[in-house]
Design a protein around this ligand. Structure first.
Ligand code: HEC
Length: 222
């Protein structure tokens, strides 16, 4: 092959490289292994407000009460009122717009799935994901009952999911600033010299707040 021919061949190879990178062939970085369906299932535990993603199982308020006393009350209090400074899970209705809002499952959480998902993922604190599906349904049913959302005969499951009506479900709404705050929005916002020239009326050094050689303490900590 002549010198030119090999140069042309080399260029062709370089040109071909990006096409190869974009091909469907998986890149091998030499680390890790593909996640197995079982591993993915372990992470894929989210539940949507409409109940999509709920595991099989069911649990009653009654069974949940026993569990709650054993596994949750030490921190959250027997009635969800909180023990010490752990989060409160019940009461607080009507406080959201006050200076001291108490955000609980009853006063704040918009969806039953928020409670279910949270407990399923993270509770009991320090022993997360140790509850069976039935225990999970039961303890969530009890927390709902503590908030007067379901009665004490209620059994929570995929089938009864839609009967749960969260008190603050309407307290959340889609971001409507584009219409609600339209008046504040300027299509061509000022990006340069937006304020009138600034007039300096005084300097911090005048009131002597910045220590200098004369005013600094001598000899370090007194
Ligand atoms: C060792 C103490 C402890 C135990 C036991 C415990 N929790 Fe919690 N719980 C916490 C803490 C701490 C948080 C807040 C965590 C955070 O904000 O990151 C929390 C948060 C929660 C929340 C969300 C509260 C909110 O308003 O954001 C729920 C619901 C909840 N726990 C339910 C339970 C249930 C049900 C059990 C029993 C199965 C349980 N917890 C057991 C400490 C505990």
């Amino acid at each position: 092959m002549s010198k030119w021919a090999s140069l042309v061949a080399g260029c062709a190879l370089l040109l071909a490289a990006p096409a190869f990178a974009q091909s469907a062939k998986p890149r091998n970085y030499g680390i890790g292994t593909p996640a197995t369906p079982q591993q993915i299932a372990g992470w894929d535990i989210d539940v949507r407000p409409d109940g999509e993603g709920l595991p099989p199982g069911k649990g009653s308020v009654k069974d949940g009460e026993k569990l709650f006393l054993e596994r949750c009350a030490a921190c959250h209090g027997e009635f969800g009122e909180s023990a010490g400074r752990w989060p409160q899970l019940a009461q607080g209705k009507g406080t959201l717009a006050t200076n001291d809002p108490v955000k609980t499952v009853g006063s704040y959480f918009p969806y039953a799935s928020s409670v279910f998902d949270y407990v399923r993922r993270a509770m009991p604190f320090g022993d997360a994901q140790s509850l069976t599906n039935d225990e999970l349904y039961a303890v969530v049913a009890f927390v709902l009952n503590l908030n007067d959302i379901v009665d004490d005969k209620f059994v929570l499951s995929k089938e009864t999911w839609n009967q749960v009506k969260m008190p603050n479900a309407d307290g959340f709404y889609n971001d409507d600033r584009e219409t609600a705050e339209k008046a504040f929005w300027n299509k061509n916002p000022c990006m340069k010299d937006c304020r009138a020239p600034v007039k300096i009326t005084g300097h911090a050094s005048v009131i002597d707040v910045t220590p200098d050689d004369k005013t600094a303490r001598k000899g370090g900590v007194e």
